[in-house]
Design a binder for this molecule. Structure first.
Ligand code: GAL
Length: 415
């Protein structure tokens, strides 16, 4: 053996002993801290670890993610962003414009995301034509959850119009039952508000008012009626509502302390995590009116330069998130439905099946609409301006006329 051969053999052995394979690592910022949410994100964590990944968890409690987004801003400003972040809708574009997002097109193309995701949803995941976020699920926002026993005992069916809802709530109130479990946090007020806008105004009105920010729609008589209904709803919540977390409001329905909650289907994740069964312990129905407000959770990867471990972690996460097995297990826990069109719903309950059926039907006639309250329809500034007015109105004696005027002014200033 020549000296050249010896060197070649020993360097080959060195390579074998220390293979230059990156160890996938990820620091993941998310706001999934309630019972059902934590159970759901644990699925991703487990699958990541099974594939050799090292997961650093960065949970920031606070439904709707406002606190998580504040934490994200602080981390990015300090030049040290987390590697993967729960981020959605136009906020993805806003961060992309800051030049801090990674391109994950190689994973998306390898895994054929373009073939398995609905076009409208895929659009949210793209920045200037390339893939910059991985979608997790489709949550429907416009749901009413009911305590089955309370409704049966009081001879109440799930309401199909807002008049029916009000009548049922009056009846419950007279019987000494809190009709509506609600948490007085701005994003929860906004969640209820957008379902009323959709229900009372219809899909076209919703699109004009909360997506296109059309001044006539924002200042219309229909919008006055929406605020009137918000005032009526305010009369159906208990006096301890201020500041209450959404999952505690869900627990009130679960425990028979209240009859209804208006909330997206992450609430179903709470019922299920507590062992409650749809159709037996609780009931689901779309909020009165026609249409589907969607809220798609997704993860964006922040630019980590050429750190091989972090890049490997981002690619692995993106691959897992959209893969069929994660989509099924995660969404069974989360209350949402898979975002992929090729995952069977056989194991899913009737609420999920209704969601999927309505989504597909509503996609055909323009009534599949992005949720403004959950950051799918608008950029941060106009969305925040609307929410400020909605919550100011809900928590005061402001008239509907005044609210509508403030709404127009706030939106005009935010554009
Ligand atoms: C939403 C999010 C859901 C759910 C909810 C409450 O904005 O999309 O996944 O977690 O907030 O925290």
């Amino acid at each position: 053996m020549t000296i050249k051969h010896v060197i070649a053999a020993s360097s080959a052995m060195a390579l074998l002993a220390f293979p230059a394979v990156a160890e996938p690592t990820a620091e993941v910022l998310h706001w999934w801290t309630s019972g059902g949410e934590a159970k759901s994100v644990a699925v991703l964590q487990e699958q990541f670890k099974e594939r050799g990944g090292v997961w650093t968890d960065m949970p920031v409690a606070g439904g709707g993610g406002d606190a998580a987004m504040t934490a994200l801003r602080a981390r990015v400003l300090s030049g040290n962003p987390p590697t993967a972040v729960q981020l959605k809708g136009p906020a993805i574009q806003e961060w992309y414009e800051e030049g801090v997002l990674a391109d994950i097109s190689d994973v998306a193309e390898e895994q054929h995301w373009g073939d398995v995701l609905p076009a409208q949803i895929a659009e949210h995941m793209k920045c200037d034509g390339h893939w910059c976020a991985a979608p997790v699920n489709v949550h429907r926002v416009n749901w009413i959850w009911g305590n089955k026993k309370i409704l049966d005992d009081n001879g109440i069916a799930m309401p199909t119009t807002w008049e029916e809802f009000n009548a049922a709530a009056e009846k419950l109130k007279a019987a000494g039952i809190t009709p509506l479990a609600h948490g007085g946090q701005a994003w929860q007020d906004a969640t209820v508000f957008e379902t009323v806008v959709l229900g009372m105004g219809g899909p076209e009105f919703y699109q004009k008012a909360l997506v296109d920010l059309d001044m006539d729609a924002l200042g219309s008589d229909t919008m006055i009626k929406v605020f009137d209904e918000m005032r009526v709803l305010r009369g159906f919540v208990d006096e301890n509502y201020p500041g209450r977390d959404w999952n505690l409001a869900t627990a009130m329905v679960m425990n028979g302390e209240a009859a209804f909650q208006i909330m997206g289907d992450w609430a179903k994740g709470e019922f299920l995590a507590a062992g409650k069964k749809p159709g037996v312990d609780f009931t689901c129905a779309a909020t009165p009116g026609h249409g589907f407000l969607y809220n798609v959770d997704s993860f964006a990867m922040f630019d980590v330069g050429d750190d091989a471990d972090k890049v490997a972690g981002q690619k692995l996460l993106a691959e897992l998130i959209v893969a069929p097995s994660f989509q099924e297990t995660f969404n069974l826990n989360k209350g949402s439905i898979p975002v992929r069109t090729d995952v069977s719903l056989d194991k899913f309950d009737d609420c999920a099946k209704l969601s999927s059926k309505d989504m597909n039907a509503d996609a055909k006639d323009g009534s599949l609409l992005p949720s403004y309250a959950h950051g799918m329809a608008l950029r941060g500034e106009p969305a925040g301006a609307i929410t400020d007015v909605v919550t100011a109105h809900f928590n005061s004696d402001m008239t509907s006329e005044e609210a509508v005027k403030q709404l127009q002014d706030a939106v005009a200033n935010a554009m």
